[in-house]
Write a protein that binds this ligand. Structure first.
Ligand code: HEM
Length: 385
């Protein structure tokens, strides 16, 4: 089972699936932050709320509009993400074999739920095969599910198709949710001198064409904010895990024998004073100032020897273009539509250190997890719209 080709498919089809991503995001936000009280401050569990929204958005582009909101499917997908989180956090006392058995059970259950849709689409595609399943934005076949069904090169029972869908979900939802939760904590701890220029930039980018991928590309402050958040609160201290296939000697004389496990220490690269000025300070416009606005080298999705949050080189994260589009769209939406703060009594407008104010990260091995219990206050912006 290979997730990378599915991630690449999502990337290729971003222009077509973007309107659906936005529609599902708005609908999920409205469920997580009830609109009848939206003009009052509301307390939201950040990590749960974000995982719910990103889970729904991913479900929409993976499964399609008809089945993505079915309660039984949503509940199963939620449980799978929770199982993975519990495993990473080492909360469950069970050994790995019990977790794998649970995963098999849930895969079987989900494949039974998806079976009628899969079989129906298989029949339809047999009767009227089409060359591409990602042609227009209105194409009802714009999903990973339908492209998996259309594949003829590999055997694809409902169970096998479901396994691919689950693997993609597990890879995509938790990473993107955790990274966005980190960014949301940075936002809640930022003052209006940071937020106001972001609002102005978003409004300028939306003027004319509205919410499109192209408009997102012009939101350089949003891009920089997320990149700075990933620099300081990247999900891993180590990345680019590799095993050497033959002996190698680095120019400094370090000898690597065959079979040695290697990784890049990205957290220390990201806080290296030789690479970043005031490396411990959260500087929302660091990457806007670093080059001319939008220069590719400083963009969120660009990897390099000084930015390793997506890995680097041939095996760099193939899902980063999708993840970046999701996070940029969500951050721009939150910044434009809501005031966000940490909690009553927190002076979001005071000067001060964003890193010191935001909820504390926790480390599990070399994984950096945002505070999963922290709550944020959200309020719809008065007079906006
Ligand atoms: C903010 C969210 C994400 C972060 C921080 C992230 C980070 C990473 C990192 C550090 C790697 C290892 C790269 C290397 O070894 O050089 C990786 C690999 C991978 N990621 Fe992501 N990722 C994210 C979202 C996604 C999404 C949304 C998808 C799918 C749509 C995805 C699919 C993959 C796959 C398939 C690999 C393995 C690539 C391979 O081994 O060839 N990731 N990711």
């Amino acid at each position: 089972m290979r997730v990378a080709p599915l991630a690449i498919r999502l990337t290729r089809n971003l222009p077509f699936i973007f309107p659906e991503m936005r529609e599902e995001m708005v609908s999920a936000f409205n469920d997580v932050i009830p609109q009848e009280y939206a003009l009052e401050w509301q307390t939201i569990s950040a990590a749960d709320g974000i995982t719910e929204i990103i889970g729904r958005l991913c479900n929409r582009v993976i499964l399609g509009p008809h089945i993505c909101r079915e309660p039984a499917i949503l509940a199963l997908k939620r449980q799978l993400i929770k199982d993975k989180a519990d495993f990473v956090l080492d909360i469950l006392p069970e050994p790995l074999s019990v977790l794998i058995a649970g995963l098999r059970r849930r895969t079987k259950k989900l494949s039974q739920l998806l079976k009628p849709t899969i079989q129906l689409q298989q029949r339809v595609q047999k009767e009227s095969p089409v060359g591409s399943h990602y042609r227009t934005s209105s194409d009802a076949q714009n999903t990973i599910l339908s492209s998996l069904i259309a594949e003829t090169s590999t055997p694809h029972t409902p169970y096998e198709i479901t396994r691919n869908i689950i693997a993609l979900n597990l890879q995509a939802v938790s990473t993107t949710s955790l990274a966005f939760t980190h960014a949301l904590y940075h936002l809640a701890a930022s003052n209006t001198h940071v937020v106001q220029p972001m609002r102005e930039e978003i409004q300028a980018a939306l003027r004319g064409e509205g919410w499109t991928l192209h408009a997102l590309e012009r939101m350089h402050r949003i891009d920089s904010f997320l990149k700075e958040s990933m620099r300081l609160s990247g999900l891993h201290a180590l990345t680019m895990h590799r095993e050497s296939r033959k002996p190698y000697v680095f120019s400094g004389g370090t000898h690597i024998p065959t079979g040695a496990h290697l990784a890049a220490a990205c957290a220390s690269v990201h806080t290296d004073a030789a690479r970043y000025a005031s490396p411990e300070t959260f500087d929302a416009t660091r990457f806007v100032r670093a080059g001319s606005e939008g220069a590719p080298r400083y963009q969120l999705t660009t990897t390099g020897l000084d930015f390793l949050a997506w890995g680097h080189g041939r095996a760099a994260c193939p899902g980063r273009f999708f993840a970046a589009a999701v996070m940029k769209m969500m951050l721009a939406y939150v910044v434009l539509e809501y005031d966000v703060r940490l909690s009553e009594g927190d002076a979001a407008d005071g000067s001060g250190d964003v890193e010191a104010r935001r909820p504390r990260d926790i480390w599990v091995g070399y994984e950096r997890i945002p505070d999963l219990h922290a709550e944020l206050l959200f309020r719809k912006r008065k007079g906006f719209r």
